[in-house]
Design a protein around this ligand. Structure first.
Ligand code: HEM
Length: 134
C-alpha cells in the first residue's frame, strides 16, 4: 500500500514537470514569433544597407597599400587586400591600389597586355564592397 502510494506520487510529479515544461516552451515560442513578414523585413533592410554603401574616390585613395588595398573597377569598389597573396599575376595588382584600376585590369600592360579571364571577373565579385559615389 505504502509502496504504491510512493509510485503514484512519483508518476504525478513527472506528469506535472512535463506539463509545466510544455506550457513554458509554448509561451516562450509565442513571445518570439518568426513570421514570414518579419524575415522579409530583415532581408529588405539588408538589401537597402548594401545599396547605400558608396565611396568617394578620395576615400578609396586612402586604401593604397599591400596591407589595405581597394580598387575601383567599372564604377564599383573592391577590397582585394585578402586576395593579394593569391593573385596569379603576383604583385602587379598593387599598381591598382587606391585607384581606378579598370584600364590596368583590362589591358595588363605589365603582363600579357590582354584582359582578365571570365574566372578572374567571377573572383573579383567576391571582393565587392560598394559603388563609387559619382
Ligand atoms: C579584383 C582584381 C583582380 C582579380 C580578381 C585578378 C585575378 C587574376 C587572375 C585569376 C589571373 C590569372 C589569369 C586570368 O584568369 O586572367 C590574373 C593574372 C594577372 N593579373 Fe590580375 N586580377 C585582378 C587585378 C589585377 C590588376 C589591377 C592588375 C594590374 C595592375 C592585374 C594584373 C595581372 C597580371 C599581370 C596577371 C598575369 C597574367 C598576364 O601577364 O596577363 N590584375 N589576375
Amino acid at each position: 500500500m505504502k509502496r504504491s502510494f510512493i509510485v503514484a506520487t512519483l508518476i504525478l510529479l513527472v506528469i506535472t514537470a512535463v506539463a509545466a515544461y510544455a506550457i513554458f516552451s509554448m509561451r516562450k515560442g509565442a513571445q518570439t514569433p518568426v513570421t514570414p513578414s518579419d524575415s522579409k523585413a530583415v532581408e529588405q533592410s539588408a538589401t537597402e544597407a548594401a545599396e547605400l554603401q558608396t565611396f568617394t574616390s578620395e576615400e578609396v585613395a586612402k586604401h593604397n597599400s599591400k596591407d589595405d588595398c581597394w580598387l575601383i573597377l567599372d564604377g564599383k569598389v573592391y577590397d582585394v587586400t585578402k586576395f593579394i597573396p593569391a593573385h596569379p599575376g603576383g604583385k602587379a595588382i598593387l599598381e591598382g591600389c587606391g585607384k581606378d584600376a579598370t584600364m590596368l585590369f583590362e589591358t595588363r600592360p605589365m603582363g600579357s597586355e590582354s584582359s582578365h579571364s571570365a574566372r578572374a571577373r567571377a573572383i573579383r565579385e567576391t571582393y565587392y564592397i560598394g559603388d563609387l559615389k559619382q
